[in-house]
Structures are given as C-alpha cells and as structure tokens.
Design a protein around this ligand. Structure first.
Ligand code: UT7
Length: 345
C-alpha cells in the first residue's frame, strides 16, 4: 500500500499486540436434512395458510431431520464440508465449539459427539449456548483462542434440530422453525484478515419472551411437565420482533463504528434468518440497499444458531462474496442475546 492510499477500514484489533497472529475463516460448509416440510404440509397439521406464513414471515419451506438424525449428525456433516473447503484433516483441529439450543442430550456436549464422529481426537470440545446468536458468539470465542496462541485451528459449528422442541400443535411457533447446520474453520494465517470485530450483547430481563421451561434444573422432566407441554419452545412473537429489530440495528451500527466504515462499504449483510420483515426493517434502518441483504429463509425457516452459518456458506458458494469483500453478520435470539460481526473475506 502506498503511503497516500486510504485504508479500506480500521482494524479495531490492531491496537492489541498479537505478535504476528491473525485469524481468518479458512473454510465454511453447511448441511440440511433431506426431508422438506412445505407451508402446504403445515396447512394439514394446524390452522394456518401458505398465504399467512408467506406474508407474515417470508418462509415457504423448512428442512426436518429424520428420527435417527441428531444435532451432532447435522453438525458433523456441515463440519466435513467446511474442512474440505479449508483443506484440513480432522487431526489438525485443536478445538470444536458447537453453538446449539438442541444438543443431542444435556450431556455430554454435542461438541464431544461431533469430535467422535469426525475422528478429531486431538481437539478439545465444548458447547456454547446463546440461542440464535450462538454462531457469532462462538466465532468470537474461537478467535480469542487463536489470537491468544492457545490454538491454531478451531472448528465452529451452529447446529440445530429445532423440530425436536417445536410444539406441532402451536401454530404461533411451529411454522417458523427448521433443522440444519453450518460450520466454519478458523485458523491462524499470517497476513490474512477475518473477524475484524464482533459485538455481543444480552438482556436477561427479557428471558421470558422466548424460552423452553421444561427439562432443566428448574423444572426437570416429569409426567406433569410433559402433560403441561413444557418441553416445547414458547415465544411472545410481537415483543420478540420489536426487540430483534432494535437490537440488530444497534449491534450492527456499533460494529460498523468500530471499523470506521459506513454501510455502503459492506458487500453483503448476512442477517439471522427469522423473519423477512425483520431483515427488511433492519436493512432499512441501517440505510442498506435491498441487494446488500442476503436472504435464504424461504428455504429453511429459522434454524437458530445454524441460521447465519448456513446463510454465510450459501452466500460464499453462490459467488456473492469475493476475497477482500467486507461482510456484516448480525444476529438476535433468546436470552435475549444479539451480536454483529464485520468480516473481511
Ligand atoms: O430467532 C429468534 C427470534 N425470533 C424472532 O425474531 C421472531 C419474531 N416474531 C415474528 O417473527 C412474528 O411476530 C411472528 C411471525 C411470530 C408473528 O407475526 P405477527 O405479525 O407478530 O403476528 P401476531 O403474533 O400479532 O399474530 C397475528 C394473528 C393472530 O390472530 P389474532 O389474535 O389477530 O386473531 C394470531 O393468532 O395471526 C394469528 N396467527 C396465525 N394465523 C395463521 C399466528 N400464527 C398464525 C399462523 N397461521 N401460523
């Protein structure tokens, strides 16, 4: 770069001394189960219509895992694709982080089960729970391990089998969710860029907007908890919608501010895919052009922690992202939690 060339962006991490360490995303991958559940199929299950689902959410269909297909299976398949893109083998992985709210079981972690499925026996493994915001939280945690020289190669997965906690009798929620997984390989690679900044936030005062009451220490599984349908997710849709738009706008604005760029410098915004109206409202508030917004929720519905990971993989594979482009990821979920990240691809 000549001394007069204006830098493309400010790297907010540059003020820290990482002694030559830089972390980049070396590969991404995703996987969704084969079975597709359309809006027409849902019309036969609950009192709903394709017209209502399409106009209120933008969703047309979602993928549903088989009975014998679990979150760890979806995650491992997405991971294999990411490893292939990154050109690495399982024994090169130092750490596996799985972001999920639908682990195969309360313990051991889904990350440990993925480790076994991949044969990544050198890797440490743990799960991270930040609901739909989990993938950005996990990317940032992975980046911190790499920058601190603890690890060189980290596998980050967002994976969900939401069909296992959806109440198929509740039309308010059952039309919204789907199953799937996305993965990314983060590596220390000299002179490469990656996650320039990640904003993370939470507000536990609004935990009651989106939750599953049963199955934890507060209300362990019992005949009564099953009868009361407490092992399904519940959501206050309208309030969650309002909080989502506000929090995503605030997080995205802060991420852009830290990099000293405005929205026009972003090639593609990859938002959490919960509702087309949320995505459009956030895009409008940020001053983005419609073509800057990546949308794939018509095919998958809301896949929680997997959502932005699948979207990132599809955006890259579709050729809409080229080396050097700046991406803005922005997410929102139960907790409440939220996050935004600027990535140089
Ligand atoms: O990933 C975590 C974050 N999650 C989200 O961000 C989701 C946020 N919320 C939303 O996306 C929207 O609030 C929903 C899609 C869940 C609901 O849309 P809405 O425009 O907020 O609708 P509403 O809840 O105000 O419901 C409007 C009407 C109600 O009928 P009444 O009371 O007005 O007679 C509902 O009973 O729509 C009815 N309704 C349905 N009708 C047909 C609710 N679900 C359905 C349905 N089919 N599936």
């Amino acid at each position: 770069m000549s001394p007069t060339t204006k830098p493309k962006f400010k790297n907010p991490r540059a003020k820290y001394n990482f002694q030559g360490r830089t972390c980049s995303i070396a590969g991404v991958g995703s996987y969704v189960p084969h079975k597709i559940l359309t809006n027409a199929d849902l019309e036969k299950m609950v009192n709903t219509s394709d017209e209502w689902i399409t106009t209120r959410t933008g969703i047309k269909e979602r993928h549903i895992a088989a009975k014998d297909e679990f979150t760890s299976d979806l995650g491992a398949k997405a991971a294999l694709r990411a490893m292939q893109t990154a050109g690495i083998t399982a024994d090169e992985i130092d750490l596996i982080i799985v972001a999920t709210i639908t682990p195969d079981m309360p313990f051991p972690s889904t990350a440990a089960l993925v480790q076994r499925k991949l044969g990544a026996h050198r890797a440490a493994a743990f799960d991270l729970e930040a609901a739909c915001s989990g993938f950005i939280y996990a990317l940032e945690v992975a980046q911190q391990f790499i920058m601190s020289r603890t690890y060189d190669t980290v596998l980050v997965i967002g994976a969900e089998k939401l069909s296992s906690i959806v109440d198929w009798q509740d039309r308010n929620t059952c039309v919204l969710f789907g199953d799937g997984a996305g993965a990314a390989i983060l590596r220390n690679r000299p002179n490469a860029h990656g996650l320039l900044t990640a904003v993370m936030g939470a507000d536990g005062r609004k935990a009651n907007l989106l939750f599953m009451a049963g199955g934890g220490s507060r209300c362990p599984a019992s005949a009564q908890s099953v009868d009361a349908r407490m092992h399904y997710l519940r959501m206050e849709g309208k309030e969650t919608f309002k909080s989502a738009v506000q929090a995503m706008q605030t997080a995205a604005t802060e991420a852009l501010r830290r990099c000293e760029i405005d929205i026009s410098r972003i090639k593609l915004i990859v938002p959490h895919q919960a509702n087309l109206r949320i995505i459009e409202a956030v895009g409008k508030r940020l001053g983005a052009q419609p073509e800057q917004l990546f949308v794939n929720l018509h095919k998958y519905g809301n896949t929680s922690a997997a959502s932005v990971a699948i979207a990132l993989d599809e955006a890259v594979r579709s050729g809409r992202v080229q080396s050097g482009d700046l991406l803005l990821l922005v997410v929102f979920g139960a907790g409440l939690t939220w996050g935004a990240a600027v990535i140089e691809w």
